[in-house]
Design a protein around this ligand. Structure first.
Ligand SMILES: *Cc1c(COP(=O)(O)O)cnc(C)c1O
Length: 360
């Protein structure tokens, strides 16, 4: 038998990505998808028009340099455009960071449970995922993360707010960590839910970039801006790091439609904040209701809440998800660990509250 092409050994070890399920239609019942932390609002004013206009150029390649998008981001966040790298969602940036900085066997320290794409991207890069358990309150255990750094550590991933558990890091915590981690370690601050954070001493990414040359911020248009389907995110860092990320990027990855929609979204700041504020208000209402019903829910700084349901058999998480489905909401169970539920339409949130008090 002639030998067949063999993928690198790491490929077989890549854990599967479990996407949030899409609702199964139920007769006479609107089913809400609360399983992927999506934004329930339609695109911001002017965004659909900008995207449609860009679609007239479907026969042309997009601007590979993302020039106009970099200019818009640079103006909005007061950063030199050379310090930015755009990609097809911030997940792509995580892949690029690992590809650009990790050799096989290099270690990447991150919290766990955290964003499920991390171990996938790390394994795909043939690097080693070093998982540091979150605390009982779903927070990063930063002391343990610092202690996990070895000579092989190349990258540390901080997820703030942490998906799926909810709490965010404070600026002081991140600064203290950065003072303890060797500067040769790239520290990624994944700010996918940045816009939803409402806390004292919130992370000031721009100031971190000024003070630490080994920091990368990753951000996305998928969550607060509601452009999950268009696939566009960006990293902000030193010019050197941004250069490395651009070097490994997929040529023409970010479509012209996505670039136009992202720029138009940046131009609708007031409307964005209005929507985010409304979602944050709903988040407070849901949290208060769940806690009043007797659930212990960790602090929620993103657009989702976390039900901690540790159970070796996974029965509790499966039962919760099934009951939710019957109530017309699709949630995201993590078998044997817990259930994450996005903040969605008011009606959807009402159903969650009703369900959660019933299950308590
Ligand atoms: C959703 C999410 C992202 C971004 O996803 P993209 O759609 O690829 O931009 C990144 N990090 C975390 C923690 C997320 O939850």
């Amino acid at each position: 038998m002639p030998a067949l092409p063999a993928p690198r050994a790491c490929v077989a070890a890549i854990p599967p990505y479990v996407p949030g399920r899409t609702p199964t239609p139920q007769p006479g019942l609107t089913v809400y998808k609360l399983s992927s932390n999506e934004n329930p609002y339609p695109p911001l004013p002017g965004v659909l028009e900008a995207a449609t206009a860009a679609a007239a150029q479907l026969n042309r390649y997009p601007d590979m340099g993302c020039t106009a998008l970099y200019e818009a981001l640079a103006t909005r966040f007061d950063l030199a455009p050379e310090r930015l790298a755009a990609a097809t969602g911030s997940v792509a940036l995580i892949y690029q960071i690992l590809q650009a900085y990790c050799d096989p066997g290099d270690e990447v320290v991150h919290a766990w449970r955290s964003f499920e794409a991390y171990p996938i991207a790390i394994t795909a890069a043939a690097a080693t995922s070093v998982k540091v358990p979150v605390t009982a309150r779903g927070e990063h255990d930063l002391d343990a993360m610092v202690a996990a750094v070895t000579d092989r550590t190349k990258v540390m991933l901080l997820c703030t707010p942490n998906n799926p558990t909810g709490p965010a890091l404070t600026d002081s915590q991140v600064r203290r960590l950065l003072a303890q981690v060797p500067s040769r370690v790239l520290v990624v601050v994944d700010e996918a839910y940045l816009e939803f954070v409402r806390m004292e001493d919130a992370v000031d990414g721009a100031a971190l970039l000024r003070d630490f040359a080994n920091v990368v911020l990753t951000r996305t248009f998928s969550k607060a801006y509601g452009l999950a389907n268009l696939r566009v995110g960006y990293a902000a860092s030193s010019e050197e790091i941004a250069g490395a990320l651009r070097a490994v990027s997929l040529p023409f990855g970010v479509s012209g439609i996505a670039q136009a929609a992202a720029i138009a979204s940046l131009g609708a700041e007031a409307e964005l904040m209005e929507r985010v504020d409304a979602l944050v208000e709903e988040r407070s209402r849901v949290l208060t209701g769940l806690r009043a019903a007797g659930w212990q829910i960790p602090d929620a700084q993103g657009n989702f809440v976390w039900f901690d349901l540790p159970d070796a058999t996974g029965e509790q998480t499966a039962a919760f998800a099934a009951a939710a489905e019957r109530a017309g909401i699709v949630v995201r169970p993590f078998a044997g660990e817990g259930v994450r539920v996005s903040i969605g339409e008011v009606e959807a949130n009402d159903r969650l509250l009703e369900l959660a008090s019933r299950l308590r």
